[in-house]
Design a protein around this ligand. Structure first.
Ligand code: HEC
Ligand code: HEC
Ligand code: HEC
Length: 381
C-alpha cells in the first residue's frame, strides 16, 4: 500500500460501525414500540372484557347461566358454539335478539337497554371463555327400556299383564315366539294404530313418539330375554301410597309401596319396609303416619357422602364450613331449615335465577344432591 494514499479502509469501517449503530438504535425503538402497542391493545381488550362482564351479569346471566352454561337460553360457554360463531354474528344476534323466542333485542335501536359499545363488550366477555370452553354435548333422545317399562306398567299392563305376561283381556306380549317372528316396525305400527275394533286402543294419538320408542326399547329387551324394572320414581310412589291410604284404597297403597321397595335402598328402604309390615298387619293408620313422615323427609341422603360432594361442588362459594362467601352462609341457614328435602333438591337443581346460584341439573344427580342436603342438615340446630 502506498503511504500517500488515503486510508479508505478506515473510513469504510467507521461508516459501517455508524450504520450498525443507527440500525440497532432504530430496531430497539421499533421493537419497543411494537411491544408498547401490543400492551396497549391488551389493556383495551381486558377493559372490554371487564365492562362486558358487568353487562353479562346484569342482563344475561338469568337465562344463559353464571358461567354461560345455559338455562332458559342455550349454553354460550360451549367450545362448538364459540368456534362456529364469529364476533359479528354474536354482535348482530345480541343487538336484534331472536324474534319469536325468549331472546330479547338488546340494542337501543330496537328499544333495548344496550349501546353498540355495550354489545361489543359483552361479545368480548363471551369470547374470553373460548380458550377453556367445555364441549357441551347436545341432549339427544336415547330410547330407554326402563322408561318404556314405566309407560308399559302404567298404560298397557292393565290389559297385557305385568311384565307383558298377558291376561284374560289381552294376549301376552313378552312372548318369545311372537317377538322372534315380528320386527319393531310391525310393533310400532300395531301400537301406533291399535286394533280398536278388537279392544286394542290406538296409542299414536295418546303417547308421544319418544314414549313409543321407549316401549320399543322394552320390546328389544324382552326379545333378548331381559327382565326390565320400570323407572318408577320413588318420590311419586310414596306420594301415591299416601294418597291411596287417604282414600282408604289399601290395595293400591300396597302396590305403590311394593314398587317403591324395588327401587329404593338405604334409609328409605328401612322405613318403607316398616310401612309395608304395618299394611300387612292391617295397621293402616300407622302406615299412613310412617309414609307421610317419609314423604316429608324424602329423599333421604347420606351425609357422609354429601360432605365430600359439598367440598367439591359448593364450598368454593359457600365456604368449607358453610361460613359463606359468594354464596350465603349455610351454617346455620333458615332457608334450609324451613324447606323439605324434596323442595331443596328442586331448588339446587334449578338454582336461583339472576344470582350466581346456577342450577345443578346435569351437573349433579338427584341422589348426589340428596346426599349434600343430608350433610347440610347436620349443620342446622
Ligand atoms: C329471557 C331470557 C334471555 C336473556 C335475558 C338473554 N337471552 Fe340470549 N337467548 C335466549 C334464548 C331463548 C336464545 C335462543 C333463541 C333461539 O331459539 O334461537 C338465546 C340466544 C342467544 C344467542 C345465540 C346463541 C346461539 O348459539 O345461537 C346469543 C349469542 C345470546 N343469546 C346472547 C345473550 C346475551 C349477550 C344476553 C344479555 C345481554 C342474553 N342473551 C340475554 C334467552 C335469553
Ligand atoms: C284396553 C286393553 C288394552 C290396553 C290398555 C292395551 N292393549 Fe294392546 N291389545 C289389546 C288387545 C285386546 C289385543 C289383541 C287384539 C286382537 O285380538 O287382535 C292387543 C294387541 C296388542 C298387540 C299385538 C300383539 C300381537 O302379538 O299380535 C300389541 C303389540 C299391543 N297390543 C301393544 C300394546 C301396548 C304397547 C300397549 C300400551 C301402550 C297396549 N297394547 C295397551 C288390548 C289392550
Ligand atoms: C358459583 C357460586 C355458587 C356455587 C358453586 C353454589 N352456590 Fe349456592 N348460592 C350461591 C349464591 C350467590 C346464593 C344466594 C343467591 C341469592 O342471592 O339469593 C346461593 C344460595 C344457595 C342456597 C339458598 C340459601 C338461602 O338462604 O337462600 C342454598 C341452599 C344453596 N345455595 C346450596 C348450594 C349447594 C348445595 C351447592 C353445591 C351443589 C351450591 N349452593 C353451590 C352461589 C353458589
Amino acid at each position: 500500500m502506498n503511504k500517500n494514499e488515503p486510508n479508505y479502509e478506515r473510513y469504510l469501517i467507521i461508516g459501517l460501525v455508524l450504520t450498525l449503530l443507527v440500525l440497532a438504535g432504530f430496531s430497539y425503538y421499533w421493537f419497543g414500540e411494537t411491544a408498547r402497542l401490543t400492551h396497549a391493545a391488551d389493556e383495551i381488550a381486558a377493559e372490554r372484557v371487564r365492562h362486558g362482564r358487568t353487562v353479562y351479569m346484569d342482563q344475561c346471566l338469568s337465562c344463559h347461566g353464571a358461567e354461560g352454561e345455559g338455562g332458559v337460553g342455550p349454553a354460550l360457554n360451549d367450545r362448538k358454539v364459540l368456534k362456529n360463531t364469529l364476533d359479528t354474528i354474536f354482535f348482530s344476534v345480541i343487538r336484534s335478539g331472536v324474534p319469536g323466542t325468549d331472546m330479547p333485542a338488546w340494542s337501543v335501536d330496537y328499544g333495548g337497554p344496550l349501546t353498540d359499545e355495550d354489545v361489543r363488550n359483552v361479545v368480548a366477555f363471551i369470547r374470553a371463555w373460548e380458550p377453556d370452553a367445555p364441549i357441551i354435548e347436545p341432549v339427544v333422545f336415547v330410547p330407554d327400556a326402563a322408561r318404556g317399562a314405566l309407560v308399559f306398567e302404567t298404560t298397557c299392563a292393565l290389559c297385557h299383564g305385568e311384565g307383558g305376561m298377558g291376561t284374560d283381556e289381552a294376549p301376552a306380549l313378552n312372548d318369545a315366539e311372537r317377538l322372534g317372528a315380528l320386527d319393531n316396525a310391525w310393533y310400532r305400527g300395531t301400537i301406533y294404530n291399535g286394533r280398536p275394533a278388537k279392544g286394542m286402543p290406538t296409542w299414536g294419538t295418546v303417547l308421544s313418539p319418544n314414549q313409543i320408542d321407549d316401549i320399543l326399547a322394552l320390546i328389544d329387551a324382552w326379545r333378548e330375554g331381559a327382565v326390565v324394572t320400570a323407572a318408577f320414581s320413588a318420590t311419586d310412589l310414596i306420594s301415591s301410597a299416601v294418597f291411596s291410604l287417604g282414600e282408604d284404597d289399601v290395595d293400591s297403597a300396597k302396590l305403590h309401596v311394593t314398587r317403591a321397595l324395588e327401587i329404593t335402598d338405604g334409609k328409605g328402604f328401612e322405613v318403607l319396609t316398616n310401612a309395608a309390615a304395618q299394611l300387612v298387619a292391617d295397621d293402616n293408620a300407622g302406615a299412613l303416619v310412617t309414609l307421610t313422615a317419609l314423604k316429608e323427609q324424602w329423599p333421604m341422603g347420606d351425609a357422609n357422602i354429601g360432605a365430600t360432594l359439598y367440598a367439591e361442588k359448593c364450598a368454593v362459594c359457600h365456604g368449607e364450613a358453610g361460613e359463606g362467601g359468594i354464596g350465603n352462609p349455610l351454617q346455620p341457614n333458615e332457608f334450609i331449615q324451613t324447606n323439605s328435602n324434596a323442595a331443596l333438591v328442586e331448588f339446587v337443581l334449578e338454582g336461583r335465577t339472576g344470582t350466581a346460584m346456577a342450577g345443578w341439573d346435569g351437573r349433579a344427580t338427584n341422589e348426589e344432591i340428596a346426599n349434600m342436603i343430608a350433610f347440610l342438615r347436620t349443620w342446622q340446630p
